[in-house]
Design a protein around this ligand. Sequence first.
Ligand code: EPU
Length: 436
Amino acid sequence: MEKLVILGGSRLVGEVEISGAKNSAVAIIVASILTGDVCTIENVPDVSDTRALMNIINQLGGDAEFIDKGVLRVDCRELDSYEATYDSVKKIRASSYLMGALLGKFHRARVAFPGGCDFGVRPIDQHIKGFERLGAKTDVKYGCIELEAERLVGGGVYLDVVSVGATINIMLAATLAEGVTVIENAAREPHIVDVANFLNLMGANIKGAGTSVIKIKGVPSLHGGSYSVIPDQIEAGTYMIAAAATHGDVLVKNIIPTHLDSLSAKLSEMGVTVEEFDDAVRVSCDSDKRLRAVTVKTQPYPGFPTDLQPQMLTLLTLAKGTSVVSENVWDNRFKYVAELRGMGVNVTIDGRVAVVEGVERITGSPVSSTDLRAGAALVIAGLMAHGVTEIYNLKYLDRGYEDLVGKLKKLGAQITRREIVENNSQSNAKRSKKRA
Ligand code: EPU
């Protein structure tokens, strides 16, 4: 087991190269099942979520391996199983895409309930509604969702909630179906466009991705090919916030700046300087300037992303005045605030709304990640704090941030990853707790 140790107070200065989008890559890896061919996917982040899906592809009879840095070869020619009931499925949310891809390819799928970060109830009713609309029968048995269809025939699906996962999953199931599927009230996130572009390049006929109405005209088969994943806007946003939080000066490279418009606007409102270039943004802030409090409301894209809410709230803990952060996507995404309280923040939570009273300083503390983006928020808090912060439970951060320590060190952060050495009294206490 390891922990991160951060000595706060250093300004982040320099350049950081952003990796491929984790949430796009996980969907595209699964989408390659539909090709039944060989795909080369570039700009894939080497994080535990992509590794977990590679394992699942291999367990299903395919062959997924990194052949170069960021270059993944996925060979699905011999992939012959429609059952994904392995432990690894439990670990990641994106394993839900196996339902759409396996159903599309085999007209049958048996997939364990997907895992992922815990933000309260994470229903999949909209996915199921979409599959049933295409003609699949669905059942739940022994912790698995079973899907079966004699024929998959396109139809209209109106999503009751804007769901990234349901939009992608229905797109996957409909790609090889007969006829035309229309998804209304579809999510518009950049990674939905990315998955559609990948599928179209392999021979699919998908129009309207990136708008709220997507039309998928089924095709009989897809072929293999090469594709490059878009940059990770959430990783980019995390470094932009970290730059502002340390009153630094950072050029965030290899990004699509328009994907981050909602964040850039909020940072500017706070008094941070954000300069946009073709494929980069520079975020800078005077070292003696106190940032202003703002109101943040998370929304589906192009609104402010929920996946940057914990990082943004953390930045606001030192801003002058009172900020209000409303979480409108997930039921329960403020768990990490309990960890920040030990660092001296002044935040009150009422349901989906957090009120942040800016304080003049926060101090280092031992803290534990409660999910992926919460982990990123704690890293930012550690960089902002006086003294040393130790961050435990790194499995979440490892799911989605490639080379986090290396990238932050290059920018001047004092951060190291260390083995946790248990002292005797701690391990004795653990042993007696186990016996009890
Ligand atoms: N929802 C339903 N029914 C459904 C599906 C979703 O009610 O059938 C609700 C959810 O409970 C939630 C809202 O709809 O309140 C949005 O959920 P969505 O389906 O869009 O989320 P997701 O596909 O499970 C993806 C990202 C998340 C990100 C959300 C929202 C991936 C692998 N995950 O999850 O990313 O928070 O969209 O943008 O793409 C992360 O990267 O840290 C992360 C959690």
